[in-house]
Design a protein around this ligand. Structure first.
Ligand code: 4AD
Ligand code: MG
Length: 460
């Protein structure tokens, strides 16, 4: 196992004169007259460690096998590096070749590959510089999210992945069953769980159970949606972070969402600077200034009604026309945040017909206390609301949704939370991969998740 002081990242900070062992995979090898230079990386750093192998240290037949992709351990002495880009390099004394990577067949050669090509070699793309940077950012972001909530005393709750309820009432769920599909019409009472079950679309309803006992809670886990939307922003399996707070209304919800987004960006700017600089260089020169501007900004807060008025006044022709009552499409969301307001926007109080059944009804009888947070380039990053805590109002709403297949008896426990010690409460969900896209400048959501699940694609 590599010890913490021996990661490439750590070795690059140590002093000349130390004897160390480096382990990792070869990025490139270059030969000059009496010496071979090998760039070695173990995934811990944007910068490779340069290994210098003098002629004679390693037999020529071994040198020939030290090619891009090979796995090595190198023991030697750190020496001051004359080259630019690093202060030390490793002068090899012993080299162990663990596994070669035949250049005739190893697909990840030095030449640049497109992101699409790399997706087809999902078992090897992790070794490329781009995916090194992306997945280090992903790791830091997960850590930032736990830190944000833990520092505020939120309880982390694992909500179930297999669920009997449709949290979003949207009906685009993957079924979970052990019944034989060839055996004719399914009888779910005979199924594994004795009822129809699905992969969860959201942990919110279960998080509400916990919020009614622990006040401030959050989930962070996989969620699944079977909508057939083959877009650069949708996955069939993605991670969602869902805080849920008792004693909180839609205003407190917005404040938390804004603080949460800013914290994540600041954390990654601080801890992943070299990775962000790499991603900026190759994918989006404006990446770092854009992120810094969001941290310094005050998010715009407008109602859905105001948003529609702004879009109509703009005179811009959209593919989907705008009028009061229509759901905002990604083109509308992006135009609002990128062109009209030029900063993150929180849109609130949407028409109740286009939002989920659990959102709190406003006094106007037409809208609900929903909020969507929109970011330039991404569109919707967060969706949330104040929840309907009034038992009668919620029951009525569920009954109205019967024609969408909602069954009141399936929500008995959700209604019970309103009968016993109910209180106003609110929460939201942030798409982890949407945030990753924003932070890395990646334009396709498939390039920020280790193993993308999209229609027609589940190979790796
Ligand atoms: O707006 P959504 O559907 O909200 C909910 O599921 C609520 N139950 C959340 C809550 O209030 N606790 O989804 C939340 C976020 C979206 O804003 C988006 O960032 C992300 O999840 N998201 C997706 N990300 C990737 N692929 C998909 N198919 C996504 N669908 C939603
Ligand atoms: Mg939404």
């Amino acid at each position: 196992m590599i010890q913490p002081d021996s990661y490439v990242r750590s070795l690059l900070k140590r002093s000349p004169g130390e004897t160390v062992t480096a382990r990792g995979w070869v990025k490139t090898r270059r030969d000059s007259k009496n010496v071979h230079f090998v760039q070695l990386n173990d995934g811990s750093s944007t910068t490779d460690l340069q290994i210098v192998i003098d002629q004679g240290v390693v037999p020529p037949e071994t040198i020939a096998r030290i090619t891009t992709g090979a796995c090595l351990s190198v023991e030697g002495e750190l020496v001051a590096s004359p080259g630019k880009g690093q202060t030390v390099e490793l002068k090899a004394v012993t080299v162990t070749l663990h596994g070669g990577a035949d250049p005739e067949h190893y697909p990840l050669q030095k030449k640049k590959h497109t992101l699409e090509t790399l997706r087809e070699i999902g078992h090897l793309r992790t070794r490329s510089n781009t995916f090194g940077a992306v997945f280090r950012v992903r790791n830091a972001l997960a850590s930032a999210i736990h830190k944000f909530f833990q520092d505020r005393g939120f309880l982390y709750v694992h909500t179930p992945i297999i669920s009997a309820s449709d949290a979003e009432g949207a009906g685009s769920m993957f079924g979970v069953s052990t019944l034989d599909p060839a055996a004719g019409a399914p009888d779910y009472t005979q199924d594994f769980f004795g009822r129809r079950t699905y992969l969860t679309v959201s942990g919110q309803l279960e998080a509400e159970i916990f919020a009614m006992a622990f006040a401030n809670v959050y989930t962070f886990g996989p969620t699944f949606r079977a909508e057939n939307s083959n877009t650069p922003r949708h996955l069939a399996e993605f991670y969602m972070i869902e805080p849920e707070m008792a004693f909180c209304d839609i205003h407190g919800d917005q404040d938390l969402a804004e603080a949460f987004l800013k914290f994540q960006i600041s954390y990654v700017l601080e801890t992943c600077r070299p990775d962000l600089e790499f991603l900026a260089k190759w994918y989006d020169p404006q990446l770092i200034p854009t992120l810094e501007a969001v941290v310094a900004s005050q998010f715009e807060r407008i109602s859905y009604t105001e948003a529609i008025a702004l879009l109509e006044k703009s005179g811009k022709q959209f593919e989907f026309p705008t009028y009061w009552g229509v759901d905002l499409q990604s083109e509308h969301e992006r135009y609002l945040t990128e062109e009209l307001l030029k900063k993150p926007v929180i849109v609130t109080n949407y028409p109740k017909e286009i939002k989920a059944f659990y959102m709190r009804a406003n006094d106007d009888g037409k809208t609900v206390a929903a909020m969507d947070v929109l970011l330039p380039r991404i569109g919707e990053i967060i969706g949330g609301s104040q929840r309907e805590e009034r038992h009668d109002v919620l029951q009525q709403r569920i009954r109205e949704m019967a024609h969408h297949g909602m069954k009141e008896e399936s929500y008995w426990w959700y209604l019970d939370l309103r009968r016993f010690g109910g209180v106003e409460h609110a929460g939201f969900g942030m798409g982890f991969e949407r945030m990753m896209m924003y932070l890395t400048g990646m334009k396709n959501i498939r390039d920020v998740i280790p193993f993308p699940r999209t229609p027609g694609n589940a190979e790796f």
